[in-house]
Structure formats: structure tokens, C-alpha cells
Design a protein around this ligand. Structure first.
Ligand SMILES: Nc1ncnc2c1ncn2[C@@H]1O[C@H](COP(=O)(O)OP(=O)(O)OP(=O)(O)O)[C@@H](O)[C@H]1O
Length: 356
């Protein structure tokens, strides 16, 4: 028998959900009267310590959303709550939000140490230099504290900008394409390191990016934007495996968009009967990722013909044709097919029913 004194919640007492750190509701923004809406009815919330990526093509409204949260733009409608407090009318400096821009914006006339110390107005002056070294140490640059920004590589400047942002100890950090000036290898390692730093500090983050791999690997939640609207927000694996619309499906990578006729949990398609992820009837549009299609040998004149093959090292991408329709498939590169070969296509997972 346990002697723990566990108290049961009183019967019928309302359960209080923890308040999200950030809650954005019905944000609208139009820059000029003749322009379309840059941001249309965007709503979402962000929990403590959570990392969100806003993902979408150029001009879809990601930066405008970020700038409204930061306080650099005022929304035409909607509200922004930080820990339940309405900060919509407040100027940027009263929002306890840290921002890292694409160009890092380090002060060129200050050393790295001074750049970081500048962010610590909350720390007594005498302690700032030592504290600044601690933050630079965290990003692996303590030895370079006396250097000027123009004596650093792009990746090092990036890390200083992050140290400066973290030094201000904000509850929320906004990152606008912060890795785009780095080359591919440095981008990947910096991204991992930055994620580790934020997770260790328990800081909440919103990252704006048009790079789907970056969004999927960096964030806990991904919000996909298109023409000013937030189309879908979900965990990275759900966004990839269960896209809501054909735009999301295609923006996140290759996919097979299939027209079908649903009858319960099966739809008739050009690939034959396919299991679907919801119960419905009538015409449907489906998404099936190329790696969820298995290829097997088919007798001549039957099945699909391989029309293109792209060997990519770890896997192989195929374009196939069957009854005048094109499909794509990705298989591990240990079993390869040749252009012209006939194969049967077998879906290995349920296809996703799209909203459009
Ligand atoms: N200061 C501005 N004045 C007028 N129009 C603007 C301004 N800033 C952005 N826009 C317009 O608002 C729309 C959304 O732009 P926004 O910069 O938010 O998109 P984005 O998704 O961040 O794009 P990118 O990835 O290219 O930065 C675009 O049509 C853009 O041209």
C-alpha cells in the first residue's frame, strides 16, 4: 500500500490547461489598399520550449507574420498574446522577444564580447564582460571575444548573433532565414547546434524558412503558408506523411497525386484499389509518396514502364508510365531497375485523402 498522500482533483472541477507562451489569433495584414492580403486570418499557438517553423514559398507571408509578432508591423486585425497578455499595441522593445535576422546585424564597431554584452542590460555592468564570455563559450567562440565581426566567417557571425540573442534571455526567439548565408555543410551542422542550444535553454523559437528539409529537421511543429494563409500546422512527420492539400503535398517533396473514387476505406485509382486514410465516398484526390510505392518485376506488356531513372546514391528515383499516366517511385539503391523495364506498382501505405 502506498503511503503517498495523493490528492484527487475534486469531482467536476474544471481542468486548467497550461497557457501557451504565444497565441496569435486572426492576424490580417495588407500593405497597400490595391495589394492582396499579405497575411490572411493566421491563428496558431506556441507552447513553452517549443520550436515552430513557418514554411512556404517566397512571398507567402512568413516574414510579415514574424514582423507582426516582433512588433515591427502592426496587424490590420487580430491579436498577439504573450503568456496571456495582449502585446498587440506594444512596441518591439516591450515584448521580451529576441530576433535573429538573415544578415545577423552585428554592430561592426564593437568586438564580439561587446556585441554580446550589449544585449545584457538586465545584468549589472560589472558582470557583463564575464557573462558575455559565458555566452560566447556556449557557441564555441569564447577565445575570439576580442575580435571584430569583419574578422569572422559567416558561420561564426551567425553563432555570435545567436549568443547575443540568447544573452538577452528572451522567452521567445524569432529567426528569419538565419542559415541561408551558410554553405550546405555548415548550414546543417549549425542548425543542429542551434537546435541543441535552444532546447538546452528551454527557449521557444519561431523559424521562418522556405527550405522544407530545414523545417522538418529543426522544428517540433511546422506551419505551411501559401498566399498569406496558414494551410496546415502539425508535427513534421504528419505534415510530410499526411498533407492536407495538394499544395502542401507537393511543397514538401515529390508525390503521386491520384484521382480516385472512394468507397469506404478504399479508393479505385489508376493504380488499382488503394487503401485510404479516412472513410469517405465519391470522388477524391489522394497523395501517395514515391517511397511508399514498391516495385516488382512484371511480365512484358503488363504493369508500368520505367521511363527515367535518377541514381542518387542512398536511393534511386524513378519516373514510370502506365496507361498514359505518370507516377514516381523511390527505392533503396541496393535493388536497381533499368529504363524500359516493366514493373508492378504496389502501394505500401494508405494514401492520404486531400482537402482540395
Ligand atoms: N514593406 C512592404 N510593403 C509592401 N508590400 C510588402 C512589404 N513587405 C512584404 N510585402 C508583400 O507582402 C507579401 C508577403 O511578403 P513576406 O515578405 O511576408 O513573404 P515571405 O513569405 O517572407 O517571402 P520571402 O521568403 O521572399 O521573404 C509579398 O507579396 C510581398 O511583396
Amino acid at each position: 500500500m502506498s503511503n503517498l498522500n495523493l490528492k484527487a482533483a475534486p469531482q467536476g472541477a474544471p481542468t486548467r490547461l497550461p497557457e501557451p507562451l504565444l497565441s496569435v489569433g486572426g492576424l490580417h495584414k495588407r500593405y497597400r489598399r490595391q495589394d492582396p492580403l499579405a497575411v490572411e486570418d493566421v491563428s496558431f499557438s506556441l507552447d513553452n520550449g517549443e520550436i515552430l517553423a513557418l514554411l512556404g514559398p517566397s512571398g507567402c507571408g512568413k516574414t510579415t507574420t514574424l514582423r507582426m509578432i516582433a512588433g515591427f508591423e502592426h496587424p490590420d486585425a487580430g491579436e498577439i498574446l504573450l503568456r496571456g497578455e495582449d502585446v498587440t499595441p506594444l512596441p518591439p522593445q516591450q515584448r521580451r522577444i529576441g530576433i535573429v535576422f538573415q544578415d545577423y546585424a552585428l554592430f561592426p564597431h564593437m568586438s564580439l564580447g561587446e556585441n554580446v554584452a550589449f544585449a545584457m542590460r538586465h545584468v549589472p555592468k560589472a558582470k557583463r564582460a564575464a557573462k558575455s564570455r559565458e555566452w560566447l563559450d556556449l557557441v564555441g567562440l569564447a577565445d575570439l571575444a576580442a575580435r571584430m565581426p569583419d574578422q569572422l566567417s559567416g558561420g561564426q557571425q551567425q553563432r555570435v548573433a545567436l549568443a547575443r540573442t540568447l544573452a538577452a534571455e528572451p522567452e521567445l526567439v524569432l529567426l528569419d532565414e538565419p542559415f541561408s548565408n551558410l554553405d550546405a555543410a555548415l548550414r546543417e551542422s549549425t542548425r543542429k547546434e542551434v537546435r541543441r542550444l535552444f532546447k538546452a535553454a528551454g527557449t521557444s523559437v519561431i523559424l521562418v524558412t522556405h527550405d522544407q528539409a530545414e523545417a522538418l529537421s529543426f522544428a517540433d511543429q511546422v506551419g505551411v503558408m501559401h498566399y498569406g494563409q496558414l494551410i496546415q500546422m502539425d508535427r513534421p512527420e504528419r505534415i510530410y506523411q499526411a498533407p492536407a492539400t495538394s499544395f502542401v503535398a507537393e511543397f514538401l517533396g515529390h508525390t503521386n497525386l491520384l484521382e480516385g473514387e472512394a468507397d469506404g476505406e478504399i479508393a479505385r485509382t489508376a493504380l488499382g484499389p488503394v487503401a485510404i486514410d479516412s472513410h469517405c465516398r465519391g470522388p477524391v484526390r489522394l497523395s501517395l509518396r514515391p517511397e511508399y510505392l514498391a516495385l516488382s518485376a512484371a511480365p512484358d506488356g503488363q504493369g508500368a514502364t520505367i521511363v527515367e531513372r535518377e541514381f542518387r546514391g542512398h536511393d534511386c528515383f524513378y519516373l514510370l508510365e502506365q496507361h498514359g499516366q505518370h507516377f514516381c517511385a523511390i527505392t533503396p539503391s541496393h535493388s536497381l531497375w533499368k529504363v524500359g523495364e516493366q514493373v508492378s506498382l504496389e502501394p505500401q501505405r494508405t494514401a492520404t485523402v486531400l482537402r482540395d
